[in-house]
Design a protein around this ligand. Structure first.
Ligand code: NDP
Ligand code: 8X3
Length: 244
């Protein structure tokens, strides 16, 4: 069976994806920082690697330690990512901006660069977690939206470069999925998270995991380029007009 490496596997979409792929017989390499969460995922089908995705030396040491059959990656799911802060640009914390760029952009492209030779050799696949925020902006989305626009577009650019190699590339671009996303964004405010999702009937991490598995198991001649998903109760309309 093939092997998938899933970044950000300790919560939300990544964690649900670990279960979906392992339950379908895939070998899974699950990565993240929280050791206790990783320990809970470990099984015959799931090998875990603990590292901060921004730390290239730690990442490379972890990747070099992988036993067979986990060492040969067929599918990279770039899922690790976060939003920090809900302030408008003029009030935002620059450190939050840097954390988002370092994680969502720099670390994501770096692990992709690292694994590309293996993925090409194995005619594998890459699935990136972009976002609707990368296509439709909203107030206080600022740098998070910018990083996800990068992910959405980098996926298309990768696809162009990998044309002819047999490597498939997909950008998955969800709207609201109830995970730890909002709790992380607000620095631990569970109430804010509960309020955001209340009455929305948001998508679940399992909805997205099922989509990831579906994309990954399509016949090898078929490439989903990009896929945008939203809860029915979320919408992308709404140009703001300021009247003087
Ligand atoms: P969660 O906060 O629930 O999970 C985020 C995961 O990313 C965790 O496993 C976390 O692991 C990992 N992560 C964050 N920073 C680092 C780091 N520096 N090093 C290693 N791992 C890291 O969020 P979601 O499941 O919602 O988000 C997953 C992806 O989906 C993100 O890229 C997000 O932008 C995207 N997305 C989310 C949407 C949503 O509405 N929830 C919608 C659209 C896209 P740990 O803390 O253990 O390191
Ligand atoms: C997060 C999606 O709609 O909450 O990437 O901004 S949304």
């Amino acid at each position: 069976m093939p092997t998938v490496l899933i970044t950000g596997a300790t919560a939300g979409i990544g964690e649900a994806a670990v279960h979906a792929f392992a339950d379908s017989g895939w070998h899974v390499v699950a990565t993240g920082r929280r050791a206790d969460r990783l320990a809970a995922l470990k099984s015959d089908m799931v090998h875990t690697l603990e590292f901060d995705i921004r730390d290239e030396a730690a990442r490379d040491a972890a990747l070099a330690s992988m036993p067979e059959p986990f060492a040969k990656i067929d599918l990279l799911i770039n899922n690790a990512g976060l939003a920090r802060g809900l302030e408008k640009a003029q009030d935002a914390d620059l450190d939050n901006w840097k954390t988002m760029v370092d994680t969502n952009v720099t670390a994501m492209m770096s692990i992709t660069h690292k694994l590309l030779p293996m993925l090409i050799k194995r005619k594998g696949a890459i699935i990136n977690l972009g976002s609707v925020a990368g296509s439709y902006v909203y107030p206080a989305g600022n740098v998070y939206a910018g990083t996800k626009a990068f992910v959405n577009h980098f996926s298309l650019a990768l696809r162009a470069d990998l044309h002819g190699t047999g490597v498939r590339v997909t950008s998955i671009e969800p709207g609201m999925v109830e995970t730890e996303f909002m709790t992380v964004r607000t620095g631990g405010d569970r109430d804010a998270s509960d309020k955001l999702y209340a009455g929305v009937h948001p998508m679940t991490p399992e909805d997205i995991a099922e989509t990831l598995l579906w994309v990954a198991t399509l016949p090898p001649h078929l490439n989903i380029n990009r896929l945008e998903l939203m809860p029915v109760n979320q919408d992308f309309a709404g140009f703001a007009v300021h009247r003087e």
